[in-house]
Design a protein around this ligand. Structure first.
Ligand code: AMP
Length: 129
């Protein structure tokens, strides 16, 4: 059965899309640590990031860096943190999180956003790509 992220790539589940190319896809995390929290995924469905082939792994990191730079340009934050967890969704993904303080990176504090706020922040990030 396809992962929830494969369903997002295929347009079967909605998302707040940031960008995609032939191999990778970026969209906002639906339960963000902070506004702008973004996920980058390979279109190839592999559970653990350490199981990606070298080319896909390096491609994912390059794609993630491009998105992180757009986030840094779009969002007022000290920096964008890059984290891999993977305990919830078995489809490799990189978390990009705008950080001002350590608690922003802990996944213990979440913010609740309205649809319009998700749409607005996604548009801001896209405008810096
Ligand atoms: P983890 O696998 O522990 O790295 O966490 C998976 C992340 O995916 C969590 O931060 C979730 O909020 C996020 N997530 C799960 N389902 C969706 C979805 N449908 N759209 C966007 N983000 C999601």
């Amino acid at each position: 059965m396809p992962s929830i992220f494969t369903k997002i790539i295929n347009g079967e589940i909605p998302c707040y899309k940031i960008a995609e190319d032939d191999h990778f896809f970026a969209f906002l995390d639906i339960n963000p640590n902070v506004k702008g929290h973004t996920l980058c995924i390979p279109k190839k469905e592999i559970d653990k990031i350490t199981d990606l082939d070298e080319e896909t792994y390096l491609g994912l990191m390059g794609f993630s860096r491009k998105i992180a730079k757009a986030m840094e340009a779009a969002i007022d934050c000290k920096r964008v943190g890059i984290t891999v967890i993977g305990l919830e969704v078995p489809h490799a993904h990189v978390h990009l999180i705008p950080l001002d303080q350590m608690k922003d990176a802990t996944f213990q504090h979440k913010v609740s956003l309205k649809a319009q706020e998700f749409e607005a922040i996604a548009a801001q990030i896209r405008s810096k790509l």
